[in-house]
Design a binder for this molecule. Structure first.
Ligand code: GLA
Length: 407
């Protein structure tokens, strides 16, 4: 009774205080799915998307947690005479509602894309001035996820623009996960916790491990450059509100080692895992990476705390991520083009993490070591461990507390 009264009071408060809220409970762990942009850019159509939906089920991706199938830019047609957005009649002749029904029938959820400006980055109609109309349309179609971009916004204020769309989605009534794609320009991590479920922290990723693709007025970043740009942001993420270092390039042509490192670091960052490859034709190596349940579990850990870098030695970075139940993920990332020997001296790596209030204390606590890529048990943390980290690759371990403590 008391609880009910409190809930009612809370509801009244939020209605009468005029403060709209994003839909809670939608992203307790980092969202997982697939998005059309990295592989297909504007070349999408309903046949491709239906094929992707089929494969998400057949390949086991859906059951591994990848439940969002997200259309990116260029699905749009024109606005009708009343200003409502329509789908491109040539690429999506059956319309988005029919596609959403198909995707839902596969046990998946559907995401769509728009932009806070006049036009999207691909020159399709943006939502500026049509926010409530668009939110209503998405709700009617059965959309579950909106990625909201930032092209052609000119002097639009980002806080106002993203809160406006958040409020429009709330008013439309259908729970829609709100993915903010403002490239980190206004440091959304400092203001968007109650606005979006995730926010891009950087400009776009491109299909390179290490490098910057610089063109007039536009830059895209390799995996390592995006990783470096996450420095200092871990305290802003947590259940319901995630830093988004952009979608994955795994399976788009980098080496298996590089893909493994990319996927692992996104998991260490508790990043949304949004695949960007053609999952209709995945190699066995790509499948082994994106379907590794132990590694996905590091990303999806219920504590929702990003990993931290604790040391760097000769191109090898040492990362820890606190996990629920007292465990840790431990990762060595070799950024160089040569393999590196590394001696893990556990005691010298003791972590005192202020954010999670957790520490490793290798002097007192012994952890058993599981290698999450080769799936082997590899002893415990009593002794130093000498390892070889392949070039542009990782070693990823789960450290679990062994019952006995050293006296
Ligand atoms: C921007 C976004 C990308 C993608 C494209 C689509 O660059 O950051 O992720 O959505 O637009 O045009």
């Amino acid at each position: 009774m008391k609880k009910r009264f409190l809930l009612l009071a809370l509801l009244c408060f939020s209605v009468f205080s005029g403060k709209a809220q994003k839909f809670e409970e939608l992203a307790k762990t980092p969202p997982m799915g697939w998005n059309s942009w990295n592989k297909f850019a504007c070349d999408i159509n309903e046949e491709i998307i239906r094929g992707i939906a089929d494969k998400m089920v057949e390949s086991g991706l859906r059951d591994a947690g990848y439940i969002y199938l997200n259309l990116d830019d260029c699905w749009h047609g024109r606005r009708d005479s009343l200003g409502f957005i329509t789908a491109d009649p040539v690429k999506f002749p059956s319309g988005i509602k029919a596609l959403a029904d198909y995707i839902h029938s596969k046990g998946l959820k559907i995401g769509i894309y728009s932009d806070a400006g006049r036009e999207t980055c691909g020159g399709r109609p943006g939502s500026l001035g049509h926010e409530y109309q668009d939110a209503l349309t998405y709700a009617k179609w059965g959309i579950d996820y909106l990625k909201y971009d930032w092209c052609n916004t000119e002097d639009v204020n980002p806080v106002g623009a993203y809160n406006l769309m958040r409020d429009a989605l709330r008013a439309a009534g259908r729970p829609i996960l709100f993915s903010m794609c403002e490239w980190g320009n206004s440091k959304p991590w400092t203001w968007a916790k109650d606005t979006g479920h995730m926010w891009r922290t950087t400009g776009d990723i491109y299909n390179a491990f290490d490098g910057v693709d610089e063109r007039p007025g536009w830059k895209a970043f390799g995996v390592m450059q995006i990783l470096d740009k996450q420095e200092g942001l871990r305290k802003y993420a947590g259940p319901g509100h995630w830093n988004d270092p952009d979608m994955l390039e795994v399976g788009n042509g980098q080496s298996v080692n590089q893909d493994r490192a990319h996927f692992t670091m996104w998991c260490m960052l508790a990043a949304p895992l949004i695949l960007g490859n053609d999952i209709r034709n995945m190699s066995a190596e790509t499948k082994a990476i994106v379907l590794n349940k132990d590694v996905i579990a590091i990303d999806q850990d219920t504590l929702g705390i990003q990993g931290l870098k604790v040391a760097t030695q000769d191109s090898v970075q040492v990362w820890f991520k606190p996990l629920a139940g007292g465990d840790w993920a431990f990762c060595l990332l070799n950024r160089s083009k040569e393999s590196k020997e590394y001696v893990i001296n556990w005691k010298s790596l003791n972590v005192e993490d202020e954010l999670s209030k957790r520490s490793t204390d290798f002097n007192k606590t012994i952890y058993v070591i599981k290698n999450l890529w080769n799936k082997k048990m590899e002893g415990n943390t009593k002794k130093d461990k000498k390892v070889l980290v392949p070039a542009q690759d990782v070693l990823l371990y789960k450290l679990s507390i062994e019952n006995k403590k050293i006296k």
